[in-house]
Design a protein around this ligand. Structure first.
Ligand code: MN
Length: 299
């Protein structure tokens, strides 16, 4: 018997179905899987919000689809592109196109302005679009730090082939099987892009005390041989326990998020997530007074 199976199991606390989609700007039709206002916020810490843009076919257009300049403060936005292309610019001067397989890890921290659009190349040719945007909280000590931008290309993300053709695990942040991912995070976490072949079984032990979420992007799996997790559903697992075993029913594509909880109050208002109401009021004052920097004017 595998030693990991003898450790206490992480139990399944809940399975959430994707709610109806809403549009973020005119570019991103997303299922809001969870956010910082919902119930059980502590069971998902350090993860604050997850918007899933499930596969959508966009026709070719010359229109600029997306979200114009807006602020963030107090956390990080992580954009994982599976299909299509997102073009980004921000007030640190960073920018670029995030293509299929790429990840953008943007630390808003003390304040950033940015815009998110379909890239002009992708918009002109159209085609399938699929993306996840995750908001990761920052501990109080880092909430007013300097903003930062990590553009992580597909080629920099290690892809681990599982034995016997069982599939692959791409390590975006943290580690899997001793292999570390390229993203720098402020608190310990694992972010894994997992693809399994039909019938494949995978041991995914996660640290005791860490919150753990599984988002099913395509196909279905069973968790511990009993709970079924289907397309566009999310499982929340207990912080307690370590062992996590999944088995693909057909082909399966899923995202694992696991992290050490940040045990601090969460007070959010739109694009600002701080620890107190006063800090939110300060964020609004600072934003209105231009203290989030400036966006370069395009030609
Ligand atoms: Mn944004």
């Amino acid at each position: 018997m595998d030693a990991t199976l003898e450790r206490p199991l992480k139990s399944v606390l809940s399975v959430t179905h994707a709610p109806a989609r809403h549009w973020v700007g005119d570019g991103f039709p997303v299922h809001g899987m969870f956010n910082y206002n919902g119930p059980n916020v502590a069971s998902r810490s350090p993860f604050l919000l997850l918007d899933y843009a499930a596969p959508t076919e966009f026709p070719p257009t010359r229109q600029r689809r997306g979200v114009g300049v807006h602020p963030h403060r107090g956390f990080e936005t992580v954009t994982i592109v599976y299909d299509g292309e997102v073009e980004h610019r921000d007030s640190t001067g960073a920018g670029g196109v995030i293509r299929a397989g790429d990840v953008q890890w943007m630390t808003a921290a003390g304040g950033i302005l940015h815009e998110e659009f379909h890239s002009s190349d992708y918009a002109m040719r159209g085609g399938p679009f699929e993306m996840v945007q995750l908001w990761v909280n920052l501990p109080a000590r880092d909430k007013l730090g300097a903003p930062r931008y990590q553009g992580i290309t597909d080629a920099r993300i290690p892809s681990i082939a599982l034995p016997n053709g069982a599939g692959t695990v791409r390590v975006i942040a943290g580690c899997f099987d001793g292999i570390h991912g390229p993203a720098h995070s402020h608190t310990p976490m694992h972010v894994l892009d997992i693809r399994l072949s039909p019938g494949a079984k995978l041991d995914l032990p996660q640290p005791d005390g860490w919150n753990t979420l599984l988002l099913m992007l395509d196909g279905s799996i069973t968790i511990h041989g009993e709970t079924l997790l289907q397309n566009s559903e999310m499982a929340t697992l207990s912080a307690e326990g370590e062992s996590l075993v999944i088995e693909a029913q057909g082909k399966a594509k899923l995202l694992l998020l696991s992290g050490e909880p940040i045990d601090e109050p969460v007070v959010g208002y739109g694009p600002f997530v701080m620890n107190t109401r006063q800090e939110i009021e300060q964020a609004i004052v600072d934003y209105n007074n231009g203290r989030f920097g400036r966006m370069a004017v395009l030609d």
